[in-house]
Design a protein around this ligand. Sequence first.
Ligand code: PHE
Length: 455
Amino acid sequence: MQTTSMHGMWSSRLAFIFAATGSAVGLGNIWRFPYTAGEYGGGAFVLVYLLCVAAIGVPIMIAEIMLGRRGRQSPINSMRALAEQAGASRAWQLLGWMGILSGFLILSFYSVIAGWTLAYVFRAGAGLFEGIDGAASEAIFSALVADPERLLAWHTVFMVLVVMVVARGVASGLEMAVRVLMPTLFLLLVVMVLYASQAGDFAAGLSYLFTPDFGELRANAGDAILSAMGQAFFSLSLGMGAIMIYGSYLSSHASIGGNVAIIAGMDTLVALLAGLAIFPIVFAQGLEPSSGPGLIFQTLPVAFGQMPFGAFFGVLFFLLLAFAAWTSAISLLEPMVAYLVENKGFSRVRAALLAGVAVWLLGIACLLSLNAWAGFTVFGKGILDLFDYLTANVLLPLGGIFIAIFAGWVLDETVSRDELSATNGAVLYRIWRGLIRWLAPVCVILVFLNAVGLI
Ligand code: PHE
């Protein structure tokens, strides 16, 4: 068993927690959670999402970190090595390949949305939001997404920033940045929630998020439950190897269960805070909760335009959000880069550039789907929406099933016990094992079957 990775190691357990929280907390929490919750009617969706985080997300995150730490390589090579050790088929490495595909598709649209965030830093700073109402805010947003050149410029800036870090190696630098900026983002979200509780319709926002209306859910239950589960996978960075590769840089002594409790807890808290900051404003301004991916970009500027020091808070907020997106994007690119370094003998710089350019090119298709190619749709969705839906709702949960089956059924029990039981105790280990063998895979399969109408 290897005790270190050729790509470097986290300097401490805390460094891992920061990096993994940096991966988990991102646009998924602040951009995607509110808009999907809004599309599926609020409370009932949120409840299903929370259940999925606890029953499916947490055990799978433990499994993913464990597999990464045991394999100590890129997900493809880790899975191949672990399967060989367990006497199982080498086809398990396909899990790693599927993860690369998911990371590739996610990052291509993620970078475009992160680009919106960067663009909004400047719109906030220029005082563009001063005194605007919901309609004016929607107009600003529409003007941005209708302009492919601007989108391309910001998408490019963001990808350059991501490639720069990955080219140097994620272990260095990431920790310090996350240590300072993540708590600042958190505080700022709290400020936004406080503002929303004063200026927005807080009661309406609260009841929208936390009073489950199952009638609403039943109308389109299969799709809504699938999307709540997909949101849990997306937000926790599960099912594509990002958390697996971060686990491969974790020391063999650290307790995995304890770390996961912190990471998943923080991630969920940030998503709920984002919801609490946004929905009171949505209702006070008469905006549509179901207005889709533009939701936070249409609502928050209204708040910044009215609150004292709004330009300052606006710049800070979008800057920190871009930063949170950046620490997530790094983890999306890392598995591909590690693979290229391990198997093709590329330098890190060359590998990061190559993977970065490929993602950048695909990102152009995503940003064009918002304007010039708006007419081109598959299943009624443009490319960006399609990638978003397909990765979160299909590819990541599928990856999750395979991770659960591998960790629960294929991997020797002595291995998982050795990795988990010493630090987390035998009782918690047994609970985890039950969840990963039965509950997690069965739930994901039921949700899939339900979504396609088979049950
Ligand atoms: N979890 C990240 C977010 O919420 C996105 C992500 C998904 C990152 C999958 C890595 C892997 O923004």
